[in-house]
Design a protein around this ligand. Sequence first.
Ligand code: 5RP
Length: 228
Amino acid sequence: MKNLSGSEEAKRNAAEKACELVTDGMVVGLGTGSTTAHAIKYLGRKVVEDGLKIKGVPTSYASEALAIECGIPLTSLTESPELDIAIDGADQVDAALNVIKGGGAAHTREKIVSMSAAKFVVIIDDKKYTDVLARSVPIEVIPYARRLVEKELSKLGGKCTVRSGTGKDGPVISDNGNMILDCEFGRILEPAALSVKLSRIPGLVEHGIFTNASMVYIGYEDKVEVRS
Ligand code: 5RP
């Protein structure tokens, strides 16, 4: 999936501003990706240096490893099924706060965590904010069902490619052991309707359209805008 990414400064600004919402006692969903990495590092500093008392629920093995390295105590959805807040990056956000996620192949766990949270806060740099969603939609699929899913997606007007790793690594495999299809739908004028149609396809584990963002923090090099 091509990434139209802004500067690290813009990402960091959005991430750190959103982390101001996190207070003592909270259970925090920790998203995946380079923008969220700034949030995890910032929260880790708050835990280690300022004694902030939180527990994190990571959305991927990568975020789990980073959170451990940064000193954030972890819990699980089994132990803490109701999160206070989830903070996560995105690949694109439209003016109505519909979101495309899954550039890091972690959208299935990210959606579970975001839906478990009282507040789902999306952090992006300014390059990812747009009027209408128009990126490919990441789709996690059970390998056994790949051909059926591809056929059903094409009936919906989607053009799919299997996401592959670098060099000779073969297809990208998610933390859940599944394949990722990147599916082009052109301009997505009705994300919620498409989301419902995608969710009906057997063997399609989860897709990257999120319609549950509470707030979006848009980072620029010198400021942060908040949309809700
Ligand atoms: C992972 C995601 C990421 O949050 C999304 O791809 C944005 O990543 P980055 O902050 O590195 O641009 O959805 O599945």
